[in-house]
Design a protein around this ligand. Structure first.
Ligand SMILES: CC(C)(COP(=O)(O)OP(=O)(O)OC[C@H]1O[C@@H](n2cnc3c(N)ncnc32)[C@H](O)[C@@H]1OP(=O)(O)O)[C@@H](O)C(=O)NCCC(=O)NCCS
Length: 148
């Protein structure tokens, strides 16, 4: 399904390393990371080099980063990470637009299957992905080595 457009005063573009502090602020606000130390600038630099077209931000006219999404293509599947929209811009269709854009880019990279991790209790995100046509996989359990 086609998503709504971005807020009139904002634009979606690819991440630049100079966005680092503003992106971290948004991810902290959205509880997507625990602390700034958990995601260094160097880690984001490596990620951007690996998938340069798949790390997207939305910037408003004042230069504030109000949305992000990070796509990853591992050769098997496309993955969606770090979907975030600033609280005062929510329910305007921005996350849907970001998912649409990264999904198109992942498909152009060759991904036929695109997945994302959503916490069970995250009703907003589950509703969003359902609305965009993603189906829920209840038969899969996530396993991990290292910190949860
Ligand atoms: C989840 C999140 C990205 C949604 O961003 P958004 O820009 O508000 O989403 P959209 O406006 O594109 O919403 C599209 C649809 O998703 C659903 N949705 C979004 N937020 C919702 C909420 N709080 N409650 C219920 N449904 C919601 C609705 O169906 C909505 O359509 P509608 O507004 O026409 O009813 C945002 O709430 C956020 O950043 N949350 C914190 C971080 C997070 O949880 N990220 C996802 C990690 S998996």
């Amino acid at each position: 399904m086609m998503a709504d457009s971005v807020p009139y005063n904002a634009r979606i573009r690819e991440f630049k390393l100079s966005d680092y502090d503003r992106v971290i602020s948004l991810w902290l606000e959205c509880n997507l990371i625990r602390s700034k130390e958990s995601l260094s600038k160097e880690m984001l630099r490596i990620e951007t080099e690996r998938n340069p077209r798949l790390f997207l931000v939305c910037e408003d006219s004042s230069g504030r980063i109000i949305g992000t999404v990070v796509g990853a293509w591992d050769g098997w599947r496309g993955w969606i990470y770090k979907l975030a929209v600033a609280k005062d811009y929510r329910r305007g269709g921005l996350a849907s637009r970001l998912v649409d854009e990264v999904t198109n880019r992942l498909r152009q990279s060759g991904a036929q299957i695109i997945r994302g991790y959503v916490k069970k209790e995250n009703d907003a995100s589950l509703s969003l992905f359902a609305k965009l046509g993603f189906t829920r996989m209840d038969d899969v359990v996530l396993v991990t080595l290292g910190r949860q």
